[in-house]
Design a binder for this molecule. Structure first.
Ligand SMILES: Cc1ncc(COP(=O)(O)O)c(C=O)c1O
Length: 463
Protein backbone atom coordinates (compact mmCIF):
# COMPACT_ATOMS: atom_id res chain seq x y z
CA UNK A 1 0.00 0.00 0.00
CA UNK A 2 1.30 3.50 -0.75
CA UNK A 3 1.64 5.83 2.22
CA UNK A 4 0.22 9.07 0.86
CA UNK A 5 -1.48 10.51 -2.16
CA UNK A 6 1.06 11.35 -4.81
CA UNK A 7 1.32 13.58 -7.83
CA UNK A 8 1.76 11.70 -11.05
CA UNK A 9 3.64 12.45 -14.26
CA UNK A 10 2.02 12.35 -17.67
CA UNK A 11 3.00 8.66 -17.82
CA UNK A 12 1.15 8.00 -14.58
CA UNK A 13 4.34 7.49 -12.56
CA UNK A 14 4.45 9.06 -9.10
CA UNK A 15 6.73 12.07 -8.49
CA UNK A 16 7.63 14.25 -5.53
CA UNK A 17 8.98 13.71 -2.03
CA UNK A 18 6.63 10.85 -1.20
CA UNK A 19 7.17 8.99 -4.42
CA UNK A 20 10.11 7.06 -3.00
CA UNK A 21 8.57 6.37 0.41
CA UNK A 22 8.26 2.67 -0.38
CA UNK A 23 11.61 2.29 -2.09
CA UNK A 24 14.74 1.12 -0.20
CA UNK A 25 17.68 2.64 -2.06
CA UNK A 26 20.98 0.72 -2.31
CA UNK A 27 24.09 1.98 -0.51
CA UNK A 28 22.19 5.14 0.49
CA UNK A 29 21.65 7.15 3.65
CA UNK A 30 17.89 6.95 3.56
CA UNK A 31 17.51 9.68 6.16
CA UNK A 32 18.90 12.14 3.64
CA UNK A 33 15.81 11.67 1.47
CA UNK A 34 13.19 12.27 4.15
CA UNK A 35 12.53 15.82 2.96
CA UNK A 36 14.33 15.94 -0.37
CA UNK A 37 13.59 13.12 -2.78
CA UNK A 38 16.43 11.44 -4.66
CA UNK A 39 16.79 12.30 -8.35
CA UNK A 40 14.38 10.32 -10.47
CA UNK A 41 15.83 9.37 -13.85
CA UNK A 42 13.12 8.64 -16.37
CA UNK A 43 14.80 8.29 -19.75
CA UNK A 44 18.12 7.80 -21.54
CA UNK A 45 19.35 8.50 -25.03
CA UNK A 46 22.92 7.85 -26.15
CA UNK A 47 25.21 9.26 -23.45
CA UNK A 48 22.46 11.43 -21.95
CA UNK A 49 19.99 10.75 -19.17
CA UNK A 50 16.93 12.85 -18.27
CA UNK A 51 15.21 13.34 -14.94
CA UNK A 52 11.51 13.79 -14.14
CA UNK A 53 11.94 17.57 -14.41
CA UNK A 54 13.06 17.15 -18.02
CA UNK A 55 16.68 18.09 -17.26
CA UNK A 56 19.50 16.47 -19.22
CA UNK A 57 22.70 15.09 -17.69
CA UNK A 58 25.78 13.57 -19.28
CA UNK A 59 26.02 9.98 -18.07
CA UNK A 60 29.67 10.03 -17.03
CA UNK A 61 29.45 6.64 -15.30
CA UNK A 62 27.48 4.58 -17.86
CA UNK A 63 24.84 4.08 -15.17
CA UNK A 64 27.17 2.11 -12.90
CA UNK A 65 29.96 1.06 -15.31
CA UNK A 66 27.27 -0.75 -17.30
CA UNK A 67 25.76 1.04 -20.32
CA UNK A 68 28.58 0.41 -22.82
CA UNK A 69 26.47 0.85 -25.95
CA UNK A 70 24.61 3.90 -24.64
CA UNK A 71 20.97 4.40 -23.70
CA UNK A 72 17.86 4.05 -25.85
CA UNK A 73 18.99 1.25 -28.19
CA UNK A 74 15.96 -0.14 -29.96
CA UNK A 75 17.83 -3.25 -31.18
CA UNK A 76 18.53 -4.33 -27.61
CA UNK A 77 14.96 -3.71 -26.47
CA UNK A 78 13.68 -5.66 -29.46
CA UNK A 79 16.04 -8.57 -28.77
CA UNK A 80 14.55 -8.75 -25.26
CA UNK A 81 10.98 -8.66 -26.56
CA UNK A 82 11.62 -11.33 -29.20
CA UNK A 83 13.16 -13.69 -26.66
CA UNK A 84 10.42 -13.08 -24.09
CA UNK A 85 7.82 -13.99 -26.68
CA UNK A 86 9.61 -17.15 -27.77
CA UNK A 87 10.82 -18.48 -24.40
CA UNK A 88 10.58 -16.05 -21.51
CA UNK A 89 12.09 -18.34 -18.95
CA UNK A 90 13.74 -21.64 -18.45
CA UNK A 91 16.39 -22.48 -15.86
CA UNK A 92 19.86 -23.89 -16.52
CA UNK A 93 19.32 -26.53 -13.86
CA UNK A 94 20.02 -29.69 -15.89
CA UNK A 95 18.40 -28.10 -18.97
CA UNK A 96 19.79 -25.72 -21.56
CA UNK A 97 18.23 -23.14 -23.88
CA UNK A 98 19.57 -21.80 -27.18
CA UNK A 99 20.38 -18.27 -26.02
CA UNK A 100 22.55 -19.54 -23.13
CA UNK A 101 24.27 -22.06 -25.41
CA UNK A 102 25.08 -19.41 -28.00
CA UNK A 103 26.22 -16.85 -25.43
CA UNK A 104 28.48 -19.40 -23.72
CA UNK A 105 30.08 -20.15 -27.10
CA UNK A 106 30.52 -16.46 -27.82
CA UNK A 107 32.12 -15.74 -24.43
CA UNK A 108 34.36 -18.81 -24.64
CA UNK A 109 35.55 -17.72 -28.08
CA UNK A 110 36.39 -14.24 -26.78
CA UNK A 111 38.06 -15.39 -23.55
CA UNK A 112 41.83 -16.03 -23.58
CA UNK A 113 43.52 -19.44 -23.39
CA UNK A 114 41.26 -22.37 -22.65
CA UNK A 115 38.76 -20.46 -20.54
CA UNK A 116 35.83 -22.05 -22.26
CA UNK A 117 33.27 -23.10 -19.64
CA UNK A 118 30.69 -20.48 -18.69
CA UNK A 119 28.56 -20.52 -15.51
CA UNK A 120 25.87 -17.85 -15.70
CA UNK A 121 24.67 -15.76 -12.75
CA UNK A 122 22.47 -12.68 -12.51
CA UNK A 123 25.23 -10.23 -11.57
CA UNK A 124 28.79 -9.59 -10.41
CA UNK A 125 28.55 -10.55 -6.73
CA UNK A 126 27.11 -13.91 -7.67
CA UNK A 127 29.88 -14.41 -10.22
CA UNK A 128 32.52 -13.74 -7.53
CA UNK A 129 30.67 -15.96 -5.06
CA UNK A 130 30.59 -18.69 -7.69
CA UNK A 131 34.32 -18.41 -8.41
CA UNK A 132 35.25 -18.85 -4.74
CA UNK A 133 32.97 -21.88 -4.40
CA UNK A 134 34.39 -23.38 -7.60
CA UNK A 135 37.93 -22.86 -6.29
CA UNK A 136 37.15 -24.58 -2.99
CA UNK A 137 35.45 -27.55 -4.59
CA UNK A 138 38.12 -27.82 -7.29
CA UNK A 139 40.75 -28.45 -4.63
CA UNK A 140 38.49 -30.88 -2.74
CA UNK A 141 37.91 -32.84 -5.93
CA UNK A 142 41.62 -32.92 -6.69
CA UNK A 143 42.73 -34.09 -3.26
CA UNK A 144 43.81 -30.83 -1.57
CA UNK A 145 40.79 -30.08 0.63
CA UNK A 146 42.66 -27.60 2.87
CA UNK A 147 43.07 -25.13 0.00
CA UNK A 148 40.10 -22.86 0.78
CA UNK A 149 41.42 -19.35 1.51
CA UNK A 150 41.39 -16.40 -0.86
CA UNK A 151 43.63 -13.37 -1.26
CA UNK A 152 42.47 -9.98 -2.52
CA UNK A 153 43.68 -6.40 -2.35
CA UNK A 154 43.15 -3.55 0.09
CA UNK A 155 40.23 -1.26 -0.77
CA UNK A 156 39.08 -3.54 -3.62
CA UNK A 157 35.32 -4.05 -4.02
CA UNK A 158 34.13 -7.47 -5.12
CA UNK A 159 30.43 -7.39 -4.23
CA UNK A 160 27.91 -7.66 -1.42
CA UNK A 161 26.91 -11.29 -0.90
CA UNK A 162 28.61 -12.85 2.14
CA UNK A 163 31.42 -14.52 0.20
CA UNK A 164 32.00 -11.62 -2.19
CA UNK A 165 31.87 -9.16 0.72
CA UNK A 166 34.43 -11.25 2.59
CA UNK A 167 36.74 -10.90 -0.41
CA UNK A 168 36.06 -7.15 -0.51
CA UNK A 169 38.87 -5.09 1.06
CA UNK A 170 36.86 -2.19 2.49
CA UNK A 171 36.43 -2.68 6.27
CA UNK A 172 33.72 0.01 6.55
CA UNK A 173 31.46 -1.93 4.20
CA UNK A 174 31.94 -5.16 6.16
CA UNK A 175 31.58 -4.10 9.78
CA UNK A 176 27.78 -4.24 9.94
CA UNK A 177 27.71 -7.80 8.61
CA UNK A 178 30.45 -9.49 10.62
CA UNK A 179 31.12 -12.30 11.09
CA UNK A 180 31.72 -12.92 7.43
CA UNK A 181 33.16 -15.95 5.66
CA UNK A 182 36.54 -16.82 7.22
CA UNK A 183 39.73 -17.26 5.24
CA UNK A 184 39.96 -14.07 3.21
CA UNK A 185 43.31 -12.26 3.30
CA UNK A 186 44.29 -8.75 2.15
CA UNK A 187 47.44 -7.63 0.33
CA UNK A 188 48.41 -4.10 -0.83
CA UNK A 189 46.88 -2.76 -4.03
CA UNK A 190 48.70 -1.06 -6.93
CA UNK A 191 48.20 2.57 -5.91
CA UNK A 192 51.37 4.03 -7.42
CA UNK A 193 50.40 7.56 -6.34
CA UNK A 194 50.67 6.45 -2.72
CA UNK A 195 53.81 4.35 -3.10
CA UNK A 196 56.54 6.87 -2.24
CA UNK A 197 59.31 4.28 -2.21
CA UNK A 198 58.68 3.40 -5.84
CA UNK A 199 57.38 6.69 -7.27
CA UNK A 200 59.87 6.80 -10.12
CA UNK A 201 60.00 3.12 -10.85
CA UNK A 202 56.64 1.51 -11.64
CA UNK A 203 58.31 -1.79 -12.58
CA UNK A 204 59.93 -2.09 -9.16
CA UNK A 205 56.60 -1.22 -7.59
CA UNK A 206 54.91 -3.91 -9.66
CA UNK A 207 57.46 -6.50 -8.53
CA UNK A 208 56.99 -5.47 -4.91
CA UNK A 209 53.20 -5.49 -5.11
CA UNK A 210 53.13 -8.92 -6.78
CA UNK A 211 55.58 -10.26 -4.20
CA UNK A 212 53.18 -9.23 -1.42
CA UNK A 213 50.82 -11.85 -2.82
CA UNK A 214 53.54 -14.49 -2.60
CA UNK A 215 54.32 -13.39 0.96
CA UNK A 216 50.67 -13.79 1.91
CA UNK A 217 50.53 -17.25 0.34
CA UNK A 218 53.68 -18.27 2.23
CA UNK A 219 52.47 -16.79 5.53
CA UNK A 220 49.14 -18.60 5.27
CA UNK A 221 50.69 -21.78 3.90
CA UNK A 222 50.34 -22.62 0.19
CA UNK A 223 48.38 -25.74 1.12
CA UNK A 224 45.59 -23.53 2.50
CA UNK A 225 45.22 -20.93 -0.28
CA UNK A 226 42.78 -21.57 -3.12
CA UNK A 227 42.61 -18.37 -5.15
CA UNK A 228 43.68 -14.77 -5.69
CA UNK A 229 40.98 -12.30 -6.79
CA UNK A 230 42.25 -9.26 -8.70
CA UNK A 231 40.60 -6.66 -10.92
CA UNK A 232 42.62 -5.79 -14.04
CA UNK A 233 42.25 -2.12 -13.02
CA UNK A 234 41.05 -1.77 -9.44
CA UNK A 235 38.01 0.47 -9.20
CA UNK A 236 37.59 1.28 -5.50
CA UNK A 237 40.25 3.74 -4.40
CA UNK A 238 40.04 5.38 -7.82
CA UNK A 239 41.31 3.34 -10.76
CA UNK A 240 44.62 1.65 -9.99
CA UNK A 241 46.07 0.23 -13.23
CA UNK A 242 48.56 -2.63 -12.91
CA UNK A 243 52.22 -1.54 -12.99
CA UNK A 244 54.21 -3.03 -15.88
CA UNK A 245 55.06 -6.68 -15.24
CA UNK A 246 52.65 -7.04 -12.31
CA UNK A 247 50.29 -9.60 -13.77
CA UNK A 248 53.06 -11.68 -15.37
CA UNK A 249 54.66 -12.01 -11.95
CA UNK A 250 51.35 -12.73 -10.21
CA UNK A 251 50.72 -15.48 -12.76
CA UNK A 252 54.12 -17.02 -11.99
CA UNK A 253 53.47 -16.84 -8.26
CA UNK A 254 50.04 -18.47 -8.60
CA UNK A 255 51.52 -21.25 -10.74
CA UNK A 256 54.37 -21.82 -8.29
CA UNK A 257 51.97 -22.35 -5.38
CA UNK A 258 49.08 -23.90 -7.31
CA UNK A 259 46.75 -21.04 -6.48
CA UNK A 260 43.96 -20.11 -8.95
CA UNK A 261 44.06 -16.61 -10.42
CA UNK A 262 40.62 -15.00 -10.75
CA UNK A 263 40.35 -11.91 -12.93
CA UNK A 264 37.38 -9.97 -11.58
CA UNK A 265 36.29 -8.12 -14.70
CA UNK A 266 32.84 -7.08 -13.53
CA UNK A 267 33.75 -3.53 -14.54
CA UNK A 268 36.70 -3.95 -16.89
CA UNK A 269 35.25 -6.39 -19.47
CA UNK A 270 33.16 -5.72 -22.58
CA UNK A 271 35.11 -2.81 -23.96
CA UNK A 272 35.56 -0.67 -20.85
CA UNK A 273 39.33 -0.84 -21.50
CA UNK A 274 39.00 -1.44 -25.26
CA UNK A 275 39.06 -5.25 -25.28
CA UNK A 276 36.33 -7.82 -24.67
CA UNK A 277 38.20 -9.14 -21.63
CA UNK A 278 40.67 -6.88 -19.88
CA UNK A 279 43.20 -9.62 -19.10
CA UNK A 280 43.84 -9.61 -22.85
CA UNK A 281 44.91 -5.98 -22.68
CA UNK A 282 47.42 -6.69 -19.92
CA UNK A 283 48.61 -9.98 -21.44
CA UNK A 284 47.74 -12.52 -18.76
CA UNK A 285 45.59 -15.64 -18.76
CA UNK A 286 43.69 -16.21 -15.51
CA UNK A 287 42.10 -19.48 -14.37
CA UNK A 288 38.69 -17.85 -14.01
CA UNK A 289 37.08 -14.61 -15.15
CA UNK A 290 34.13 -13.04 -13.37
CA UNK A 291 32.06 -10.57 -15.39
CA UNK A 292 28.62 -8.93 -15.51
CA UNK A 293 27.62 -5.26 -15.96
CA UNK A 294 28.54 -4.36 -19.57
CA UNK A 295 27.64 -7.77 -21.00
CA UNK A 296 24.13 -6.52 -21.83
CA UNK A 297 24.89 -2.78 -21.57
CA UNK A 298 22.35 -3.00 -18.74
CA UNK A 299 19.31 -3.74 -20.88
CA UNK A 300 18.80 -6.89 -18.79
CA UNK A 301 20.81 -8.31 -15.87
CA UNK A 302 23.33 -11.11 -16.20
CA UNK A 303 26.76 -12.16 -14.91
CA UNK A 304 29.12 -15.05 -15.54
CA UNK A 305 32.05 -17.01 -14.18
CA UNK A 306 34.22 -18.38 -16.97
CA UNK A 307 36.53 -21.27 -16.02
CA UNK A 308 39.52 -22.82 -17.73
CA UNK A 309 39.50 -26.41 -18.98
CA UNK A 310 41.77 -27.39 -16.08
CA UNK A 311 39.39 -25.93 -13.48
CA UNK A 312 36.26 -27.54 -14.91
CA UNK A 313 37.88 -30.93 -15.57
CA UNK A 314 37.30 -32.53 -12.13
CA UNK A 315 33.67 -31.40 -12.25
CA UNK A 316 33.19 -33.46 -15.42
CA UNK A 317 34.29 -36.72 -13.81
CA UNK A 318 31.93 -39.50 -12.67
CA UNK A 319 29.15 -38.29 -10.41
CA UNK A 320 30.77 -34.96 -9.49
CA UNK A 321 28.37 -32.01 -9.40
CA UNK A 322 28.69 -28.33 -8.52
CA UNK A 323 25.77 -27.89 -6.10
CA UNK A 324 25.28 -24.22 -6.89
CA UNK A 325 22.97 -22.18 -9.11
CA UNK A 326 20.50 -19.32 -9.41
CA UNK A 327 16.93 -19.49 -10.69
CA UNK A 328 17.52 -16.49 -12.91
CA UNK A 329 21.19 -17.22 -13.80
CA UNK A 330 21.51 -17.21 -17.57
CA UNK A 331 17.96 -15.90 -18.02
CA UNK A 332 16.94 -16.36 -21.67
CA UNK A 333 16.02 -12.69 -22.11
CA UNK A 334 19.34 -11.54 -20.66
CA UNK A 335 21.30 -14.01 -22.83
CA UNK A 336 19.49 -12.79 -25.95
CA UNK A 337 20.16 -9.18 -25.02
CA UNK A 338 23.83 -9.96 -24.32
CA UNK A 339 24.18 -11.51 -27.79
CA UNK A 340 22.57 -8.44 -29.39
CA UNK A 341 24.79 -6.17 -27.29
CA UNK A 342 27.95 -8.02 -28.34
CA UNK A 343 26.75 -7.60 -31.95
CA UNK A 344 26.44 -3.84 -31.42
CA UNK A 345 29.92 -3.68 -29.87
CA UNK A 346 31.35 -5.61 -32.85
CA UNK A 347 29.41 -3.91 -35.62
CA UNK A 348 30.13 -0.40 -34.34
CA UNK A 349 33.74 -1.20 -33.48
CA UNK A 350 33.33 0.08 -29.91
CA UNK A 351 36.45 -1.69 -28.63
CA UNK A 352 38.53 -0.12 -31.37
CA UNK A 353 36.88 3.22 -30.65
CA UNK A 354 37.98 3.04 -27.01
CA UNK A 355 41.55 2.13 -27.99
CA UNK A 356 41.65 4.99 -30.49
CA UNK A 357 40.18 7.55 -28.07
CA UNK A 358 41.65 6.54 -24.72
CA UNK A 359 44.64 8.83 -25.18
CA UNK A 360 42.35 11.78 -25.93
CA UNK A 361 40.21 10.97 -22.87
CA UNK A 362 43.29 10.89 -20.67
CA UNK A 363 44.70 14.10 -22.17
CA UNK A 364 41.39 15.91 -21.69
CA UNK A 365 41.15 14.89 -18.04
CA UNK A 366 44.83 15.70 -17.46
CA UNK A 367 44.07 19.33 -18.29
CA UNK A 368 42.49 19.39 -14.81
CA UNK A 369 45.93 18.88 -13.27
CA UNK A 370 46.29 22.66 -13.28
CA UNK A 371 43.70 22.83 -10.47
CA UNK A 372 45.24 22.77 -6.98
CA UNK A 373 42.69 20.23 -5.73
CA UNK A 374 43.53 17.64 -8.41
CA UNK A 375 46.35 15.37 -7.25
CA UNK A 376 46.27 12.56 -9.75
CA UNK A 377 44.47 11.48 -12.92
CA UNK A 378 44.73 7.74 -13.52
CA UNK A 379 43.04 4.91 -15.31
CA UNK A 380 42.84 3.10 -18.60
CA UNK A 381 40.46 2.94 -21.54
CA UNK A 382 37.21 4.71 -20.68
CA UNK A 383 37.73 4.18 -16.96
CA UNK A 384 39.31 6.99 -14.92
CA UNK A 385 39.69 8.23 -11.38
CA UNK A 386 40.64 11.76 -10.37
CA UNK A 387 42.15 11.90 -6.89
CA UNK A 388 41.46 15.06 -4.91
CA UNK A 389 44.05 16.35 -2.45
CA UNK A 390 44.43 19.12 0.09
CA UNK A 391 48.02 19.82 -0.92
CA UNK A 392 49.34 18.91 -4.33
CA UNK A 393 53.00 19.22 -3.37
CA UNK A 394 52.84 16.91 -0.35
CA UNK A 395 49.90 14.80 -1.65
CA UNK A 396 48.20 15.36 1.70
CA UNK A 397 44.70 13.98 1.61
CA UNK A 398 41.53 15.11 3.39
CA UNK A 399 40.59 13.78 6.81
CA UNK A 400 37.27 11.96 7.25
CA UNK A 401 35.29 15.07 8.23
CA UNK A 402 36.73 17.14 5.36
CA UNK A 403 36.11 14.34 2.90
CA UNK A 404 32.52 14.08 4.12
CA UNK A 405 31.97 17.82 3.66
CA UNK A 406 33.69 17.84 0.28
CA UNK A 407 32.13 14.75 -1.29
CA UNK A 408 28.69 14.38 0.24
CA UNK A 409 28.28 17.95 1.38
CA UNK A 410 29.16 19.49 -1.95
CA UNK A 411 30.63 17.60 -4.92
CA UNK A 412 28.07 14.84 -5.48
CA UNK A 413 25.17 17.29 -5.62
CA UNK A 414 27.05 20.08 -7.38
CA UNK A 415 28.34 17.89 -10.21
CA UNK A 416 24.86 16.51 -10.81
CA UNK A 417 23.29 19.97 -10.67
CA UNK A 418 25.90 21.12 -13.19
CA UNK A 419 24.79 18.36 -15.55
CA UNK A 420 27.31 15.56 -14.96
CA UNK A 421 26.28 12.23 -13.48
CA UNK A 422 29.45 10.59 -12.09
CA UNK A 423 30.63 9.40 -8.72
CA UNK A 424 32.45 11.16 -5.91
CA UNK A 425 33.77 8.33 -3.78
CA UNK A 426 35.84 7.95 -0.62
CA UNK A 427 36.10 4.22 -0.09
CA UNK A 428 39.82 4.99 -0.27
CA UNK A 429 41.15 8.53 -0.65
CA UNK A 430 38.60 10.94 -2.20
CA UNK A 431 38.21 10.46 -5.94
CA UNK A 432 35.86 11.28 -8.76
CA UNK A 433 35.14 8.28 -10.93
CA UNK A 434 34.38 8.46 -14.62
CA UNK A 435 33.36 5.65 -16.96
CA UNK A 436 31.23 7.01 -19.80
CA UNK A 437 29.42 4.91 -22.41
CA UNK A 438 31.81 3.64 -25.07
CA UNK A 439 30.02 5.66 -27.77
CA UNK A 440 31.45 8.87 -26.27
CA UNK A 441 34.12 10.95 -27.96
CA UNK A 442 35.85 14.29 -27.68
CA UNK A 443 32.62 16.32 -27.34
CA UNK A 444 31.63 14.37 -24.22
CA UNK A 445 35.21 14.40 -22.85
CA UNK A 446 35.20 18.20 -23.17
CA UNK A 447 31.81 18.48 -21.50
CA UNK A 448 33.06 16.38 -18.57
CA UNK A 449 36.23 18.45 -18.26
CA UNK A 450 34.37 21.75 -18.33
CA UNK A 451 31.84 20.73 -15.68
CA UNK A 452 34.55 19.21 -13.49
CA UNK A 453 36.70 22.33 -13.87
CA UNK A 454 34.02 24.70 -12.74
CA UNK A 455 32.71 22.52 -9.87
CA UNK A 456 36.20 21.60 -8.59
CA UNK A 457 37.24 25.26 -8.73
CA UNK A 458 34.26 26.12 -6.54
CA UNK A 459 35.03 23.20 -4.20
CA UNK A 460 38.58 24.53 -3.69
CA UNK A 461 37.29 28.03 -3.02
CA UNK A 462 34.99 26.63 -0.31
CA UNK A 463 37.75 24.73 1.49
C1 LIG B 1 34.99 -5.63 -9.42
C2 LIG B 1 33.59 -5.91 -8.99
N1 LIG B 1 33.24 -7.13 -8.60
C3 LIG B 1 31.98 -7.42 -8.22
C4 LIG B 1 31.00 -6.45 -8.21
C5 LIG B 1 29.61 -6.80 -7.78
O1 LIG B 1 28.73 -6.78 -8.87
P1 LIG B 1 27.15 -6.64 -8.68
O2 LIG B 1 26.88 -5.28 -8.15
O3 LIG B 1 26.61 -6.86 -10.07
O4 LIG B 1 26.73 -7.73 -7.75
C6 LIG B 1 31.31 -5.16 -8.61
C7 LIG B 1 30.28 -4.11 -8.62
O5 LIG B 1 30.52 -2.95 -8.85
C8 LIG B 1 32.64 -4.87 -9.01
O6 LIG B 1 32.99 -3.63 -9.38
Amino acid sequence: MTTTEQDVTATGRPVGADATANLWLHFSRMGAYRDTPPPVIVRGEGASIYDDRGRRYLDGLAGLFVVQAGHGRRALAEAAARQAEELAFFPLWSYAHPAAIELSQRLAAAAPGDLDRVFFTTGGSEAVETAWKVAKQYFKLTGRPQKTKVISRAVAYHGTTHGALSITGIPALKEAFEPLVPGSIRVPNTNLYRAPLFGDDPEAFGRWAADQIEQAILFEGPDTVAAVFLEPVQNAGGCFPPPPGYFARVREICDRHDVLLVSDEVICAFGRLGTTFACEKFGYVPDMITCAKGMTSGYSPIGAMIASARVVEPFLRGTASFAHGYTFGGHPVSCAVALANLDVIDEEGLNRRVLENEGAFRATLERLLDLPIVGDVRGDGYFYGIELVKDRATRETFDAAESERLLRGFLSGALFEAGLYCRADDRGDPVIQLAPPLICGQAEFDEMEQILRSVLTEAWARL
